[in-house]
Design a protein around this ligand. Structure first.
Ligand code: NAD
Length: 469
């Protein structure tokens, strides 16, 4: 199968006729080709989106909301086949795709479809007179750039709010996982979106990414991916010399899980298994640094290791990524870390590495400081609450954290002290789409979700009327 670009409502090859191989992580085999877009394709997509914007921005919120809802229905109708495609393309288990990613795609459309109808019209009467009316206006064409770990889930997390608020979009999926974005464009057509409102271009970010993020028609860039790429985008977009662009960056993490001895052990083990190994540890909010209070450390370790063999694992996304993860395991061994389970590539085809648990590493080891983004966690004991906070905050990242304790006052105290954007108490990844999603330090800039997305994808205008004409 050839995976094509979707520009101005039509599927098309790239201008230069170039293609990339698309590999199935479970087999290691090439199973389709994807367009390798160049600068010319980016230009065409931006122009198509710009052309569509004038009438799209004038559509009633009600009409946009009903198109989004219809798109959600179509994804729900095709959920099983899309889940199968996502699993094959990304390596994740079918269960993760079917019960995790795809239902969330549907929710993204339902949620922002409702939100489009609730765009707030705030009004403030000034003390010294003046009646202030605030309205929100779409920006124009926005770029949505997404990574390979949750391909359609993250694409639609950007697409749905951007469209709800009246913008046109040029989206760029990861070159490693292009399949479901391609299949999804067929649903965009079927739902009846006007041509040019949604455009999807494929190819290598390193080759055509700058052309997208610096294009004069692009008014905002919403990026999710690595800290390295996000930092680069921030720089080139600012230096592009065109009108200033809004930038939202959701980037890497090295999240801490803090487990106190008074926790509900069963519940903590269940949440820790998920926060460590869900989607092969390829979720930005996974918590690869597990800190356990000394009195519980040995019991926790034993019980965790007992439960790991039953935890479902898919393949890692690519040979190169598997190699990178294995390099960290080898480094851990060289630094004196003890591999308690996993750590070996599964024999046979595909990019498989079992859940890997390491103990005995220093907090300054690169294994404990750098993002690995695979099924590898480290266990570290701690003695006091202050030490746990110090350890948790000792990295450059600050996306999310979990805290496990029965002492709610302590949970509140520790949560306030952590340098992160999101904290889960006695749980992991419970999501309410109205809440802000994002991180601090080198994990990100800005927030997605609810009113934060509304503000990102619109410009606010204040009109001040006099009390009397
Ligand atoms: P990546 O940065 O390599 O690529 C992300 C996207 O950016 C891809 O579509 C890629 O083609 C594109 N890209 C690459 N160079 C570009 C350029 N110069 N200009 C524009 N686009 C460019 O990231 P990845 O390896 O695909 O994804 C894994 C990373 O994503 C991890 O660091 C993970 O933590 C992060 N992530 C963060 C969140 C979050 O919400 N904070 C969520 C999921 C994943």
């Amino acid at each position: 199968m050839n995976i094509l670009n979707f520009i101005g409502g039509k599927f098309c090859e790239g201008e230069k006729g170039e293609w990339l191989d698309n590999v199935c992580p479970a087999t290691g085999q090439v199973y389709s080709k994807v367009v390798a877009s160049g600068v010319e394709d980016v230009r065409r997509a931006c122009e198509a989106a710009d052309l569509a914007f004038d009438s799209w921005k004038k559509t009633e919120a009600k009409q946009r909301a009903s198109l989004l809802r219809e798109l959600g229905h179509l994804v729900q109708r095709d959920l099983k086949s899309l889940a199968l495609a996502e699993s094959k393309d990304q390596g994740k288990t079918l269960e993760q795709a079917e019960k995790g990613d795809l239902p969330r795609v549907v929710k993204n459309f339902e949620f922002f479809s409702d939100y489009a109808l609730k765009l707030s019209k705030e009004r403030f009467r000034g003390e010294g007179g003046g009646d202030n009316h605030i309205s929100h206006h779409p920006l124009g064409v926005v770029a949505a750039i997404v990574p390979w770990n949750l391909p359609l889930y993250l694409l639609t997390w950007k697409l749905a709010p951007a469209l709800a608020m009246g913008n046109c979009v040029v989206a760029k999926p990861s070159e490693l996982t292009p399949m479901t974005a391609f299949l999804f464009c067929k649903l965009v057509q079927e739902a009846g979106f006007p041509p040019g409102v949604v455009n999807v271009i494929h190819g290598e970010g390193a080759r055509m990414g700058d052309a997208l993020t610096t294009h004069p028609k692009i008014k905002a860039v919403s990026f999710t991916g690595s800290t390295q790429t996000g930092t680069h985008i921030h720089k080139v977009a600012a230096e592009s010399g065109h009108p200033l662009k809004k930038i939202s960056l959701e980037m890497g993490g090295k999240n801490p899980n803090i487990i106190f001895a008074d926790c509900d052990l069963e519940r903590t083990l269940e949440a820790t298994l998920r926060s460590s190994f869900a989607n092969q540890g390829e979720v930005c909010t996974c918590g690869p640094r597990v800190f356990v209070e000394k009195d519980l450390y040995e019991d926790f370790k034993r019980e965790l290791l007992v439960r790991i063999p039953g935890f479902p694992q898919g393949a890692l996304v690519s040979e190169a990524h598997l190699q990178k993860v294995m390099d960290y395991v080898a480094l851990a061994q060289r630094e004196g870390g003890r591999i308690l389970c996993g750590g070996k590539r599964k024999e046979g085809p595909g990019f498989y590495l079992g859940p890997t648990v390491i103990e005995g590493l220093d907090r300054d080891s690169p294994v404990n400081r750098e993002e690995i983004f695979g099924p590898v966690i480290t266990l570290t004991p701690f003695e006091t609450e202050e030490k746990a906070i110090l350890l948790a905050n000792s990295v450059d990242y600050g996306l999310s954290a979990t805290i496990h304790t029965r002492d709610l006052e302590r949970a509140r105290r520790v949560a306030q002290a952590l340098e992160v954007g999101m904290v889960w108490i006695n749980d992991w990844m419970k999501r309410d789409l109205r809440t802000p999603f994002g991180g601090v330090k080198r994990s990100g800039l800005g927030r997605e979700g609810g009113q934060w997305a509304l503000h990102f994808y619109t410009e606010a205008k204040n009109i001040c009327y006099p009390e009397t004409l």
